[in-house]
Design a protein around this ligand. Structure first.
Ligand code: SME
Length: 164
């Protein structure tokens, strides 16, 4: 495992994303425990991009249940098709929400959350095992770089899940 992250916060977001992706891979190398790896990936994403809330929800029957995350306390269970997370799961697609108040059925775990991205986590064979959720306390705070980083991270988490 890498000892620390190398992040230059003076760099534009796209460059920080480029440097963070290989560091995420390095962070999980040599450790097979899923919870430990996802906890560190969440921490690295928060350190690197400063997300207000970042973490995973994992499929448990017809719900998603809260997994490792960084940020304020959050809702523990979300039904399939509910909220942004349940929608990303049910529709098997990345959902970008520039203004959470404009998203019908958005689940407000924190009143400070203003925009959000949720990415399905798939195993290499394509089964959805959860979602990766990032929240910002600013409106319209996510761009292509965030989506690239979060989709990369979700793919990494999906690969690690198979290793259990
Ligand atoms: N806002 C999410 C719930 C999870 S929290 O943001 C951490 C949703 O609508 O599904």
């Amino acid at each position: 495992m890498a000892e620390s992250l190398l992040i230059d916060h003076s760099q534009p977001k796209s460059q920080r994303v480029e440097s963070l992706c290989p560091q995420l891979e390095a962070l999980v190398t040599g450790e097979s425990n899923f919870v430990a790896n996802v906890a560190n990936i969440s921490a690295a994403l928060r350190q690197g991009l400063g997300y207000f809330w970042i973490g995973v929800y994992l499929v448990d029957g017809d719900s998603l249940v809260l997994g490792p995350f960084q940020g304020p306390i959050a809702c523990t269970r979300i039904r399939r098709g509910r909220g942004v997370c349940g929608t990303a799961w049910a529709e098997n697609r990345t959902v970008v929400v520039p203004d959470v108040e404009a998203f019908p059925g958005h689940i407000a775990c924190s009143s400070e959350s203003k925009s959000e991205v949720v990415v399905p986590i798939r195993t290499p064979s394509g089964d959805i095992i959860g979602v990766l959720d990032a929240d910002s306390d600013k409106l319209d705070d996510f761009d292509e770089s965030d989506v690239q980083l979060l989709e990369f991270s979700a793919q990494l988490i999906g690969r690690l899940f198979r290793a259990q």
